[in-house]
Write a protein that binds this ligand. Structure first.
Ligand code: SF4
Length: 115
């Protein structure tokens, strides 16, 4: 039995996920918690936020995030990929920084304009 706190909304329900009984979720107050508990135990994913270097003296780093959730075990590998990148200004919010991370169909995108 895994115990989790649902982070889908501020209520923070305490969930139990029974791995030996078809991943049955209890403790949730709504269907979103059931889905969260099931996914968190069977295939946890996260949206990743970080920064990447730029060639701008004024703004040497640009914030980036994944435009969807990637497998949790790939988070640190994804951030390592950013270490090798230097973006050339101008950079536009929404611009793809790395496409199709680990064949997930998810990209790293800039979250700010840097001129
Ligand atoms: S189970 Fe529903 S009500 Fe409870 S924290 Fe999750 S989303 Fe919020």
């Amino acid at each position: 039995m895994k115990e989790l706190i649902c982070i889908t909304c501020p209520r923070g329900c305490h969930l139990k996920v029974d791995e030996e009984n078809g991943y049955e979720v209890t403790g949730n107050s709504c269907p979103r918690g059931k889905e969260y508990g099931y996914n968190e135990v069977t295939n946890p994913k996260r949206v990743v936020t970080s920064t990447v270097r730029t060639n701008s003296r004024e703004y040497p780093r640009c914030p980036v995030k994944t435009n969807g959730a990637i497998p949790k075990e790939k988070m640190f590998d994804a951030m390592k990929l950013l270490d090798d990148i230097v973006l050339a200004v101008p950079i536009y919010c929404g611009e793809k920084v790395i496409e199709n991370l680990f064949d997930t169909g998810i990209d790293f995108v800039a979250t700010k304009d840097v001129q």
